[in-house]
Ligand binder design. Structure first.
Ligand SMILES: Nc1[nH]c(=O)nc2c1ncn2[C@H]1C[C@H](O)[C@@H](COP(=O)(O)OP(=O)(O)OP(=O)(O)O)O1
Length: 304
């Protein structure tokens, strides 16, 4: 089992920024909501919803706020499921900023996903997005946002009939139009969530296929649950038919170095332009959400 000791940030890090990323999952209709970013950091990419954690704001409050600002969805804190953290750094220069992006999923919310100035909402098939993509299995060409589903139907509070909602027509997540490392962690996270739902309350999610060093435990690439299994996943129910709280399972830590050069003409002193060529990376699954400050810890020294 990995421990947080293995996930230590580089001592050269001088700046450190916290961000949030929220992925709404409509399990009953087998679909995932992403936004197409219209401006700023990540413009032209699909991603979950999120942004910077403001001073004196908790990560979870920031996640709820950003989700609402960018999609108009309203989520209460208990519905936020903390799933992992992306630790992103660059070797481009000595003032590498580290982004610490806290990833959440939500399965219930209020309101309707709505286009905002920052993001256009698009639904994708969950079951088609479980396999780790390769350029040949993915849509490597651009999917124009206009050709994707921007269903404005309300989300998954009430049970719905998956046979009537056209969810099976939705495309896979366009991983090659996302941040590069998303294609590594996101399918694994989606498989983990699906397996948790399949196993019910007692399940811990199938984390199989030891890979990437002795401390990693990854959901198997290519062992995606079937579409039928996904489409029927609902949370466990007690004897009265009430839905029980879902088991949250493990928590991932994906640590990635980006190796692109810094373009000082880009915004904010060039820092944004470096996040485009993925270098060494490591993904671990741990039992608990790591607490505390990542600042000043070492990173790739211990990596295989
Ligand atoms: N490599 C990466 N992989 C990933 O999955 N998400 C990333 C990423 N790099 C950035 N993000 C996410 C984190 C966050 O959700 C979003 C960037 O947030 P923004 O810059 O849009 O923040 P804000 O909405 O606070 O900014 P403003 O436009 O100043 O309001 O992109």
């Amino acid at each position: 089992m990995a421990t947080t000791d293995a996930i230590l940030l580089s001592p050269k890090i001088k700046r450190h920024k916290q961000y949030t990323l929220v992925i709404p999952l409509d399990l009953q209709r087998d679909r995932v909501l992403l936004g197409y970013k219209l401006r700023g950091f990540g413009e032209g990419k699909y991603n979950g919803y999120g942004g910077k954690v403001e001073p004196n704001e908790t990560v979870i409050a920031a996640a709820i706020r950003e989700l609402h600002e960018e999609s108009c969805l309203v989520v209460e804190e208990p519905a936020m499921i903390q799933r992992g953290v992306l630790l992103l750094e660059t070797v481009a220069d000595d003032v590498s900023p580290v982004l610490e992006i806290h990833v959440f999923t939500v399965e219930t919310w209020e309101g309707t996903e709505t286009a905002t100035e920052e993001m256009t909402p698009h639904w994708f098939s969950l079951s088609k997005s479980l396999a780790t993509p390769t350029p040949s299995t993915s849509t490597s060409g651009s999917i124009p946002p206009s050709s994707l589903s921007t269903s404005s139907s309300a989300a998954a509070i009430a049970p719905k009939d998956p046979s009537t909602d056209g969810a099976h027509d939705l495309p896979s997540i366009p991983y090659f139009q996302m941040w590069e490392e998303s294609r590594v962690w996101m399918p694994q996270l989606l498989r983990h969530v699906v397996s948790l739902n399949e196993e019910g309350e007692e399940g811990e999610g199938k984390l199989v296929d030891e890979q990437e060093g002795p401390q990693s435990s990854l959901p198997s690439e290519g062992s995606a649950p079937t579409a039928a299994a996904v489409a029927t996943t609902v949370g466990p129910h007690d004897d009265n038919g009430e839905q029980k709280p879902k088991k949250k399972g493990k928590y991932f830590i994906h640590h990635v170095q980006f190796v692109g050069g810094t373009d000082m003409d880009a915004g904010d002193g060039g820092e944004y332009s470096v996040w485009h060529v993925m270098g060494p990376r490591r993904l671990d699954w741990v039992d608990d959400v790591p607490v505390g400050d990542w600042e000043g810890r070492r990173s790739f020294g211990k990596y295989p």
